[in-house]
Design a protein around this ligand. Sequence first.
Ligand SMILES: [Zn+2]
Length: 393
Amino acid sequence: MNSQITDSIISNHALEEKLVELKSFGDPNSLVISCYLDMLSGKNACESFITENLRQLLDHAPSLDNDTRQTLVESFIEKLHQHWHPQAKGLTIFCENFDRIPEFICFALPQNMGNQFSVYTKANILPLLTLKDERLNGSVLAYTDEVIQIYDINLGQIRPMAWATAPRLSKTRHITVSQDEPREFDKRLQRVCLSLLRSQAKPMLVAANAENLEHIKQWLPRKIAWKITDTIELPYELGHSAFSEFLQAYFQQQKQIDTRRIDENIKNSLHVKGATVLGPVSTLEALRNQQVDRLLISPTENQRVNTHCLHCNSLLVKPMSQTCNHCGLSIQEPWDPMIEASWMAEAQQVPVIEIKSDELSYLGGMACFIKQKREADLIPIKPAPSKGLDLVA
Ligand SMILES: [Zn+2]
């Protein structure tokens, strides 16, 4: 068994490449096993999850002989060990062609997507799409302890990229600055920011304590100011060693606020016809018409296998055939609205938000916000300065 650590944790750039690879995984006549593992639960728990779910699945596949079943379980366990990474929180294993010569796409994730197992004619990319959240993939300019630091956020992983000692800003609310000093500070701060942000093209958050936040916002060079999407007010006593932890907690808190707001929106739209579309059928229709602004999904159950023959319960290894190859009765084509919706969302670059909401679960676990008419009519243009771009890039 190959026990070397082959992969690093996936980045947002590599994730895009994997999604392209996964698009060609499986076909209407062959199934894909998609497995997400909670690495925080440990290797043994992951092994048990694989063994239990895969054995259960293969027990219903009478066309596969015992050796093929055993080899497949062993291959999954081998992939688990090969791609295990001490800093990763989640692991994915996608497998196609499992009744012939199995092929795999596996990678470690910086976030835990829980234990999930599904079988369908397409890979289940839904958990991966939730990682594309803008908040999990931006950058932060933080001023703490008289140091300006630029952090890169990649699929929720926060890493310091560059830093510089900044001119001394005020630490308390009671500072007096002479009339001439701000100009000098201004120039020095702008130089620092420009040199740090030269290669940053991502949306940016600015974080500092309340008073310095105002200073920084005023002093940021105009060439950079357009990147700022939001500001974070830091506690006065927060030093840069505790910053990453603070930011993680801040994002969690923001996610909870978002979830409450979306949940309210869904509840309200039950009574008022508006810009929210509820339920899988209407949502898929809206996706087909390219009207979706954001796709909302509730967390899916741990195991989703809906590719069985309804008559004899055997796994439809050839889902597009007219009859079950075990009992010979006619079969219904398997259909998973969640996975179908996720691939449509991916093709149209529609953001996917996972929220825990009783209303949403009751409505079949899927809803969406519709694009506002004005937005839908416009071609999206990335905000960029028309002049001075060469100085930033
Ligand atoms: Zn059957």
